[in-house]
Design a protein around this ligand. Structure first.
Ligand code: GLA
Length: 748
């Protein structure tokens, strides 16, 4: 619901209220963003500057409360008394926009520039502000669990205007906050980093041309006492995949100014008379129920209003991806052999990754070319995809259409299509980006990718992008508009193709890409212990249905860490499950275990992908109201571990539940010489007998089976003991380093 009453605007849903007041000077003041309140509460919630703070620049010399610097604002200009950071910069001039009108519109308002937008909005408030020669429209679209804001600047004068900065939103929140950002790099995405927001500005930005693995555009502001289940937490994100900027800073008056938008660094664009510039949409979210409540509000917004309509709440296939198993070394025979094995494990989609085209036998050549490598694939993609279909699997294909290797046919013909500057080229992974601001480049990509997609039975695309850009400011923004145009033209007419975007893993995990691709390859790091951090970081802002999560080989390629197959599965379950390893060398015990993993995941797929997510003391839980699945994850073991309690959230205290743990297969090989303690025979720990036994036999793991009340489960039930060096029996959890369990809690 959006309403206006005596200059107060109230945007309200069951999850939040957002109040704006137009003051006596036509300045929109920010009144409230938080728990639902009444429109009539505005006076009590507004700032009360009284006689002011002194030394301020006043809009009205007779009114000491008219100092913009001390008010909570919805927008701010420059040179008019507000000396905090301004969300707008017009070159060489101050700005002083005053309220001129409003409209309340049904649904959301479409943008003209082609940036992706959330869909299914309830209502939109359009506030219009004006100054001589310019009009500023602030849009607020209400969604059940989030508010989406954006800004449009129009040159209403008769001379060109130079715009250097236009944020998607700016707001002054009363109170003191900490800021959580999600930082990292390649194979180390989404590490949560908290800093207090004080008088010095805290900035979260990317300048790589992508939303980046360094600083995800999503961030949180939270009160110091906020915890997982309690406290006030705000979440912000941008529906944009390029250079972004967000800043937070607290004023002397205790107002925290927050803003987010396209990164203004090097940004400058000319607005001719009559022209507009539109900022991307930004998402503002609130919860009074801690980080968990905030995450669930964000998840529900993303699942319901960002993911393309066709894929909304649609189960995602269990896939097999050829990359880590084959890299560039494959031919049709090898792929079909892998596909047969993947099928027998239960996989539903076979994805052929990099290496199927041009001279792409390594990463130094071929990007930009689309001719299928007939040496590797004599029957082409049509033949390969048909055979995979005949095996009963869907077929998916990798592309990296935004890039070009200098060693490619495309580059030899069109060196001018690459993104360059006045300096000699600098390569990233031996490649350049194509200049997507050029229509002929976009046409080339659209035509070629479309042609390939229509030439074979392709139901999934992995869209990769593997280098940082050299484009600055306006050019970098133009690149993003070009990319969105390309994605819209290719996938708009083909909504049934499941698009998984990727950028060296999670270098472009953002709401802009998610408007086109329902899932994103979260990281090239598939080590489950690293994934706890990566997927755990993502979980604050993005739902499980968006997170590509694969089981790969151990020891792991990025960390050399050896982890149990069970843990690799248990972590990947909390996303869109896939397998990415050479299946040829799997042991019989591993084949059996993977089959069981895939069958288990399929049984509870909807709960894992779409269930309500919670971070818990011991790991994660997801729930659809009748089934809760709880993952318990351990790092390094300690000798003589103590008791461990499992606490499940969100149950009915008087209902009765059955708790079962997912059965585990304990490899006998890991016991080495210790086996003599559990087996009646003496076995050489380095001998062939143990090796053979390890291939074929496992010991049963400590299976839990309890019937217990919701009240007991919510207060915490005792788990079976962990291994303590006092022997083996089936009642304990015999796990070494990096062990884990999944518990299935079903209401009886
Ligand atoms: C990137 C991706 C990987 C894989 C390779 C192929 O690194 O993140 O998943 O597709 O490219 O070259």
């Amino acid at each position: 619901m959006i309403c206006e009453q005596d200059g107060i605007f109230h945007i309200g849903t069951e999850a939040y209220s957002y109040l704006i007041k137009i003051n006596a000077y036509g300045i929109p003041e920010h009144v409230h963003f938080g728990a639902p309140v009444k429109t009539g509460d505005a006076a009590a919630l507004s700032c009360r500057p009284g006689l002011g703070w002194g030394s301020g620049v006043l809009l009205n010399a007779q009114d000491s409360a008219s100092c913009l610097d001390t008010l909570a604002l919805e927008w701010s200009g420059s040179g008019r008394g507000d000396y905090r950071e301004s969300p707008l910069e017009l070159e060489g001039t101050s700005s002083d926009f005053r309220y001129s009108g409003f409209r309340i519109l049904k649904g959301s308002v479409a943008m003209a520039c082609g940036l992706p937008q959330a869909h299914g909005g309830l209502e939109t408030l359009e506030l219009t502000l004006e100054q001589p020669g310019a009009k500023l429209s602030l849009y607020y679209t209400a969604y059940p669990t989030a508010l989406v804001r954006r800004t449009v600047l129009e040159n209403t004068g008769d001379v060109p205007m130079r715009l250097n900065k236009l944020m998607s939103f700016c707001v002054d929140l009363p109170g003191a906050y900490h800021m959580a950002t999600f930082n990292g790099g390649w194979i180390a995405e989404m590490r949560r980093h908290d800093v207090p927001v004080g008088g010095s500005k805290v900035v979260n930005e990317s300048l790589t041309g992508a939303s980046s693995n360094r600083h995800n555009p999503g961030f949180l502001l939270f009160e110091a006492n906020a915890a997982e289940d309690a406290g006030r937490v705000y979440g912000f994100n941008l529906i944009y995949s390029g250079n972004h900027y967000a800043a937070a800073q607290q004023s002397l008056q205790g107002l925290t100014r927050v803003m987010q938008g396209v990164n203004p660094s090097n940004f400058s664009t000319e607005l001719a008379p009559g022209k507009i510039f539109e900022s991307p949409e930004a998402v503002l979210c609130f919860s009074g129920e801690g980080f968990g409540g905030l995450s669930r509000n964000m998840h529900s917004f993303v699942n319901g209003h960002i993911i393309p309509a066709y894929w909304q709440n649609r189960p995602r296939p269990v896939l097999y991806n050829s990359w880590e198993g084959c890299m560039f070394d494959f031919n049709q025979r090898r792929l079909l052999d892998l596909a047969r094995r993947a099928k027998s494990l239960g996989c539903e989609l076979f994805v052929l990754d990099d290496g199927w085209f041009g001279q792409r036998d390594h990463d130094k050549a071929g990007l930009g070319d689309y001719n299928v490598n007939k040496k590797k694939l004599p029957e082409g993609l049509e033949g390969l995809s048909r055979r995979i279909r005949d095996l009963g699997m869907e077929f998916g294909l990798w592309f990296e259409p935004e890039s070009v290797n200098p060693d490619s046919d495309l580059y030899r013909v069109h060196p001018d299509w690459a993104l360059t500057d006045s300096f000699p080229d600098v390569l990233g992974r031996y490649q350049l980006l194509l200049d997507l601001t050029k229509p002929e480049v976009r046409d080339y990509i659209v035509e070629n990718v479309s042609r390939i997609l229509d030439s074979a039975h392709i139901s999934y695309v992995k869209w990769d992008m593997n280098r940082h850009s050299i484009a600055l400011g306006e050019k970098a923004h133009g690149y993003m508009l070009g990319l969105y145009d390309v994605l819209r033209r290719i996938f708009g007419p083909r909504p049934g193709i499941l698009l998984e975007s990727c950028s060296s893993g999670g270098n472009r995990f953002d709401l802009g890409m998610l408007c086109f691709s329902p899932q994103v390859w979260a990281s090239d790091d598939t080590d489950p212990i690293e994934r706890l951090m990566i997927q755990g970081g993502l979980s604050y802002l993005y739902p499980q249905s968006t997170i590509g999560a694969h089981v790969s080989a151990a020891p792991h390629g990025q960390t050399l860490r050896a982890t149990p197959l069970s843990t690799r599965g248990n972590v990947a379950f909390f996303g869109c499950l896939g397998y990415e390893l050479d299946l040829k060398h799997l042991l019989p015990v591993e084949i059996k275990e993977i089959k069981a993993q895939v069958a288990f995941y399929k049984q509870y797929r909807e709960v894992f992908q779409y269930g309500r997510f919670r971070r818990t003391e011991l790991g994660w839980q997801v729930s659809d109201g009748s089934v809760t699945l709880a993952g318990v994850f351990h790092g390094l073991v300690h000798a003589a571990p103590g008791y461990e309690q499992l606490r499940i959230r969100g149950l009915k205290k008087d209902a009765v539940y059955r708790v079962v743990s997912l059965s585990q297969a304990i490899r006998v090989g890991q016991f080495g010489g210790l086996l003599k303690h559990v087996a009646p025979v003496s076995i050489d720990p380095n001998g062939p007998l143990l090796r053979i036994a390890d291939r074929h036999f496992t010991l049963p793991g400590g299976g839990e089976e309890l019937t217990v009340s919701g009240g007991a489960l919510m207060s915490g039930i005792m788990l079976r003991p962990l291994f303590r060096g006092t022997g083996y029996d089936q009642n304990q959890r015999t796990q070494g380093d990096f062990g884990s369990d999944v518990y299935i809690v079903e209401r009886l």
